[in-house]
Design a protein around this ligand. Structure first.
Ligand code: URA
Length: 482
């Protein structure tokens, strides 16, 4: 049946969705409907729990596309936006997505028209969902409800959090929480469903009520203490704080009970800090701990939007040598520490060979979040763009200003860009020092992952050069220490 016949016969389809956020189901149905030439106004998209029977003339079976049906076109950006937008709580989202898919077949450039109402709405829905996802990551607070260890059993602490998302983002956030709190037994209860993690497997549960979650526990005191100690009155901007942490989330966050008091005392504390000379002219966090906590919520570039955690540099606060890599890899992201995976092992081996003690070295990255593309279960490394590296320089500069290394070793071109603000060729700059603006010396060498990608004589040659670069750095460090 073609579009005209659908209209003439008054046929329409009822597509009842099994889940609020089931993109795959929507995509399969939408694909078949496009292939059967069913126009958008002939479909009733019914959310779960909605009454599809209201559409008494609707055809409830999925239409079967003809064998010679043309492929349905959908661009990657559309799929990406649609995956986010489907989690929105707007009941019209399924129809909007179908309308855009339908229009895309006739005009593949439809998404480029920023003035188009449907395109603007799609962007808006996806943005709301991303924001909700981030809010949940930042504002979920677990409370301890059970400690069977106290009754003589295995340690079975169970943490429960209550959260009220605006959209259907629970599943989209599940991977983040299982990775971040892998060794904890936890449940996240929300009015839209719940998640339960027992350190091995994740289970989904029904919607919950606020009363199902515990009201308070000893962990709260720790949160409050932590918040009070990281609160910097000199950086207080009430408007920005409310934007980032809207009041509606406060009731589930123990530390927020301190906010009125801290805000009230901020002016006096700031004046005291100025007097004591402890305020830096910039607004960058002024301790390594404060940078470590700030980078977690950094969304200055899109890498922070992925399912990852920020990885802070590691090492002595006043290390003479700072080693800078590109970005955390898969294993670094899981561990929350730099250079602990295969590239880290190569680095450790060559540092040791050169007589450089990693324990005495501050090791960090030009980009603080892991950039990847998901392939099935694997997360494949993607290089950061020059722009992303430049944006993340803000944090690297903060670490350099605090650690004040005498010598900085950049591993690879991304690290060199993070330090110099421009792209250089490794083969041209390696083997000699450059002066950085703060008077420290920059040495550039290859990235250990580059060595790992080579084989045979090419690998041997690069390993020889890498070892020579590290030996030169060790020698220079010894000179500077005299
Ligand atoms: N590669 C990097 O550049 N940094 C790491 O931390 C790990 C691998």
């Amino acid at each position: 049946m073609n579009a005209l016949q659908h209209v003439r016969l008054g046929t329409y389809y009822v597509a009842q969705l099994p889940e609020q956020d089931d993109f795959e189901f929507w995509r399969d149905r939408a694909r078949a409907l496009v292939q059967c030439d069913v126009p958008p106004d002939r479909i009733a998209w019914v959310p779960p729990g909605g009454n599809g029977d209201l559409f008494t003339h609707g055809e409830r079976r999925a239409p079967v596309p003809p064998a010679d049906a043309a492929m349905v076109r959908a661009s990657k950006p559309f799929i990406q936006l649609a995956r986010s937008a489907i989690c929105h709580s707007d009941p019209d989202r399924f129809a909007l997505l179908y309308r855009l898919l339908w229009r895309h077949q006739a005009n593949p450039k439809v998404l480029e028209d920023r003035a188009d109402g449907d395109v603007r709405r799609l962007d808006e829905l996806a943005r709301h969902v991303r924001r909700d996802i981030h809010k949940m990551r930042a504002f979920v607070r677990f409370r301890l409800v059970e400690d069977e260890a106290a009754q003589g059993g295995e340690s079975e602490e169970h943490y429960v959090a209550w959260f009220e998302p605006e959209h259907h983002i629970l599943r989209a956030n599940a991977g983040f929480f299982t990775r971040r709190f892998a060794n904890m037994r936890w449940s996240i209860l929300t009015p839209k469903g719940s998640l339960h993690w027992d350190t091995q497997a994740l289970a989904e549960g029904p919607p919950a009520e606020r009363a199902d979650a515990p009201a308070g526990d000893p962990v709260e005191a720790l949160w409050r203490k932590y918040y009070a100690s990281t609160f910097n009155p000199a950086r207080l901007k009430v408007g920005a704080m409310l934007k980032e942490m809207p009041r509606k989330y406060w009731k589930n966050m123990p530390e927020t009970s301190l906010i009125p008091e801290l805000v009230a005392g901020a002016q006096a504390r700031e004046a005291a800090m100025v007097d004591a000379g402890s305020i830096e002219p910039s607004e960058r966090p002024d301790t390594l701990d404060a940078i470590a906590s700030a980078i977690h919520s950094c969304r200055r570039c899109p890498i922070g939007e992925l399912e990852n955690q920020a990885v802070m540099g590691e090492g002595p606060r006043r290390a003479a040598l700072m080693v800078v890599g590109e970005q955390p890899g898969d294993q670094e992201d899981l561990a929350g520490k730099p250079f602990v995976g295969p590239a880290g092992q190569v680095l450790d081996r060559f540092l040791q060979q050169a007589g450089i003690d990693r324990e005495q070295t501050y090791v960090t990255n030009a980009v603080k979040h892991f950039k990847f593309t998901q392939r099935g279960k694997r997360r494949l490394h993607q290089s950061p763009t020059a722009k992303e590296i430049d944006i993340c320089r803000w944090w690297l500069e903060g670490e350099r200003a605090l650690v004040q290394p005498r010598l900085v070793l950049a591993l690879g071109a991304s690290a060199a860009r993070g330090l110099l603000g421009k792209t250089v060729s490794i083969s041209r700059v390696r083997g000699a020092a450059q002066m950085l603006e703060d008077g420290s010396e920059l040495w550039v060498t290859a990235h250990p992952s580059y060595l790992l990608r080579l084989e045979g004589p090419a690998r041997e040659e690069q390993e020889r050069l890498f070892a020579a670069d590290l030996a030169a750095v060790a020698e220079r460090l010894a000179e500077l220490a005299q």
